[in-house]
Design a protein around this ligand. Structure first.
Ligand code: G4P
Length: 555
């Protein structure tokens, strides 16, 4: 805004300027990320240590006693009351050195579903957590692929260095060769397991010594220059020499630390540490905050939307039903993309064109809720959803925009959904259509219209259980699932005509999705690669192209 002599500035302009400054401040001092990892890599442990540095908790270990999820949430509720922080089952928000950090929760293995993928659609950065002994694991790979779709920056934390692990160089090599992601080791470990002595910080040339801190307490970080003769008394010569040799190798042949490449999702900074013993977590957090990107512009129908745009916009990335078993409620989680969101705001709903007053926006906190007064780009708010919001919906004020939808991710479990009781067909149909609309599960259909039973296509077993449970409880229909024996789905990019062009194909089943697009189901990856070899002209995609403005077919 142009500066004018102060007497000429009207109230209106002053308000606008205030708004702009508040927004700028909020955007500059916000970072949002999700942790992608395989179960047991240490996500919960790392999360609690991060919260510890954020001053959210005093003693790590208070957060989670394994297998006591309920206890966790109630602990967090207490914490929120005590410290004024917001921890939700979807987002943990905490303040660290003036930066508001939103940690988006990606559910663990047992809960694995499309929600996990969709949460990544709301993330600006991802932390890839690996167990040093196991390296890349299946769930990490899958989640990484989703991050790659949007090229979001990935920060790698190699955990459990206090335990025997794989050679650090081979861990980097695995990331580079399998994920096609360049690496830059920010620090380098000296020894591992019982012989883990610490890490060498490559930028400062300091050794950070490892001491097994009392469980749950912050470890004291002792630093010593790598050329300090005293170091030789503290660390075995062979271990230090090996680490220094490896660093020389990285200096000579490895990638350089390039912020642009990190931001483009082409290079990952790698940190070695041990979440449980609280080693390397704080330096990781500091470096991460230096390099991570703030709330980024999102693609909408008419181009990217800057977070600094002066009107509120956001999109629904997750729906959750029955968060509170005492009330049959549903919550839509909205990622704020631009402008300031305020309680009681009236927003437009792009898909239906309706105006909605958001009088009870919430930060969902365990089983309890706190009303949100305002929120900024990178934040997540929860809205009561009496069936109005669907995944990917855009909310906005000001000029109409519509964000690009969230893609459907490749399902891996396929079952016929049977309704054994014909008199319940109406409810069955209603339930299936509504649950599909909500994004609880993907629905595919046989191309033979006479086979009317829908096919449930899920990325995780949990989704199937949820669908059956909800059909029974909310729509009063008992259903049966018949597994189909397929494991891989591919969308045919060129549509039906390209499928016709290749003629008869074998070892796969052709079905259609809710937008009548062809989808091929395979029993295994081998059958898929066979088809790809036989018909190289056929372009297949693991992710469904995003649709907007077209109504899906219903049951
Ligand atoms: P998750 O959320 O990714 O599933 O993993 P979680 O943090 O629950 O950690 C899985 C196990 O790995 C836990 O052990 C945890 O203590 C351990 N762990 C996490 N970080 C480290 C580390 O840096 N070093 C070592 N040695 N272990 C680590 P558990 O025996 O399953 O549970 P608990 O009895 O310790 O709670």
């Amino acid at each position: 805004m142009k500066s004018k002599p102060s007497e000429e500035i009207s109230m209106e302009e002053r308000k606008e300027e205030d708004y702009e400054n508040t927004l700028k401040n909020a955007v500059n001092f916000r970072r949002n990320f999700a942790i992608i990892s395989h179960p047991d890599a240490g996500k919960t442990t790392l999360t609690e240590k991060l919260l510890l540095y954020g001053g959210a908790i005093q003693q790590a270990g208070a957060v989670k006693a394994r297998g006591e999820q309920r206890k966790v949430t109630s602990d967090w509720m207490e914490l929120e009351k005590q410290r004024g922080i917001s921890i939700t089952s979807t987002v943990l928000q905490f303040l660290y050195k003036d930066i508001t950090i939103n940690l988006l929760d990606t559910p663990g293995h047992q809960d694995f579903s499309e929600d996990t993928y969709r949460t990544l659609a709301a993330a600006d950065n991802a932390v890839m957590l690996e167990d040093a002994a196991k390296g890349l694991e299946p769930q990490t790979r899958k989640l990484f692929e989703v991050c790659r779709l949007r090229n979001i920056p990935i920060f790698t934390f190699i955990n459990k260095m206090d335990r025997p692990g794989q050679e650090p160089l081979s861990l980097l090599d695995e990331i580079e060769s399998e994920l096609k992601l360049l690496t830059y080791a920010v620090n380098w470990p000296i020894g591992s397991g019982d012989l883990f002595r610490g890490v060498i910080d490559r930028s400062s040339g300091e050794v950070v010594l490892f001491s097994r801190a009392e469980r749950g307490k912050q470890s004291v970080e002792q630093r010593i220059k790598v050329d300090d003769p005293l170091l030789r008394d503290l660390v075995e010569k062979e271990l230090l020499d090996k680490a220094l040799e490896e660093i020389e190798l990285l200096d000579a042949a490895g990638s350089e630390l390039d912020l642009d490449m990190i931001r483009a999702g082409e290079l990952t900074p790698v940190f070695f540490g041990s979440a449980m013993t609280n080693f390397g977590v704080k330096p990781f957090l500091d470096s991460f905050l230096n390099m991570a990107q703030g709330p980024v512009a999102r693609n909408a129908s008419d181009g990217p939307v800057d977070p600094m745009r002066n009107t509120f916009t956001g999109f629904v990335f997750k729906l959750q039903a029955n968060m509170d078993p005492r009330h049959r409620d549903r919550v839509a989680f909205v990622r704020v993309c631009s402008g300031r969101f305020e309680k009681d705001m009236t927003v437009s709903h792009a898909r239906t064109g309706k105006n909605i007053r958001l009088s009870r926006p919430q930060k969902i906190f365990a089983q309890d809720r706190a009303v949100v007064e305002d929120a900024y780009p990178g934040d997540v708010i929860g809205l009561n959803n009496p069936g109005m919001f669907a995944i990917g919906d855009t909310l906005y004020t000001g000029k109409r925009i519509e964000y690009e939808g969230i893609p459907c991710f490749s399902p891996e479990i396929f079952c016929w959904l049977r309704n054994p009781n014909p008199s319940a067909f109406k409810n069955f149909r209603k339930g299936v259509n509504e649950l599909r609309e909500e994004g609880a599960v993907q629905i595919l259909y046989d191309i033979d219209q006479s086979k009317r039973d829908p096919i449930l296509a899920a990325v995780g077993q949990l989704q199937l259980e949820v669908v059956q449970h909800r059909l029974e409880n909310e729509y009063s229909v008992e259903t049966r699932l018949d597994p189909m024996g397929y494991q891989v789905a591919r969308w045919v990019s060129g549509g039906w005509s390209s499928l016709e062009d290749v003629g008869r194909i074998f070892n796969c089943k052709t079905v259609q999705d809710s937008w009548q697009r062809p989808v091929l189901l395979f029993k295994n990856k081998w059958n898929l690669s066979q088809l790809e070899q036989d018909h190289s002209s056929l372009k297949l995609s693991a992710v469904a192209p995003v649709v907007s403005g077209v109504n899906p077919i219903t049951l």
